[in-house]
Design a protein around this ligand. Sequence first.
Ligand code: ASP
Length: 340
Amino acid sequence: MTTDVRPRIALVIAGGTIDSLGATRLDLAGYPEAASRLSPGRLLSDVPELSEICDVREIPFRRLSSYALTPQDWLELAGIIDAVLLDEAYDGVVITHGTNTLEETAYFLDLTTRSPKPIVLVGAMRPASALGADGYLNLFRAVQVASSPAARDLGVLVVMNDAIYAARDVTKTATFRINAFQAPDLGPLGYADADGEVVIYHRRPRAAGSASFCLAGLDNLPRVDVVMSYVGADGTFIDAATAAGTRGIVSAGTGAGRVTPLEEEAFMRASAAGVVLCQSSRVGSGRVPAPPPAKRATWVAADNLRPWKARILLSLALTQTSDVAEVGALFALHVPSEGA
Ligand code: ASP
């Protein structure tokens, strides 16, 4: 009797473009309206080459457009992944996901899952029916990465267009291009390359405080909103978020994190009502430094997190504390640093 020594990979198909079908091979934009997907089992059976490198088992999950996901979906997904990877039978997990919010789910899982085994998210910029569909090769590359010992202990990864990214760094930068996923500040960690090798050029251990957020007992996440600044912005949306009972607001400020005078006033009203404020930038790259001493009682800085990722970290921090200094300390703990 021969023993199967192939890595065993769990595949969670959570929807998105990668298993969507268009009306024709050139339907590359309007296909979400048709809401047509590959039939169950097809995504896997369409890539028979996967069995040459590993044993892939599908784990049931609902298939959605990623912009329809809710915090409850995230909580459930994190629980499934932790349970699957606690099982010694699995060496890694791949999650197929819509690209619109893929980076948000990846960062949420990075902050909440505990396994050192590879956790890889992947999507596609073109539906499975498209001329030049990218999803099948992306899926193969993601499974290659999840099967590789080199991908252990790197936190949650995103594999798109042969590149391997850290969940914190990666962002979608284009609406339709197949190279839409980039890490503007820090670049990819490595590649699942054309010769079949998984090459990691930069090892980024998880930040010291990662996986410190325990989801046990949660059935929702604290509400946190994002408010974008622009010329002439007043405090309407800030006041509305406060009135809606938000626990935190991430300001997507201009430049390195500046807002209009009227927004400043509204943020002070929000803070007086107990809302924790986080300053990020709408620029798309670079750090927002720590606030000046006079603002430290009300504001924390997003560092280089995009506003929608700072929102996730703030929401998780608020499951532990509403104290601004403690939230700031949690943000600092989650900036990856050498030796962490
Ligand atoms: N409609 C998709 C989504 O679920 C877009 C994509 O997957 O590329 O985000």
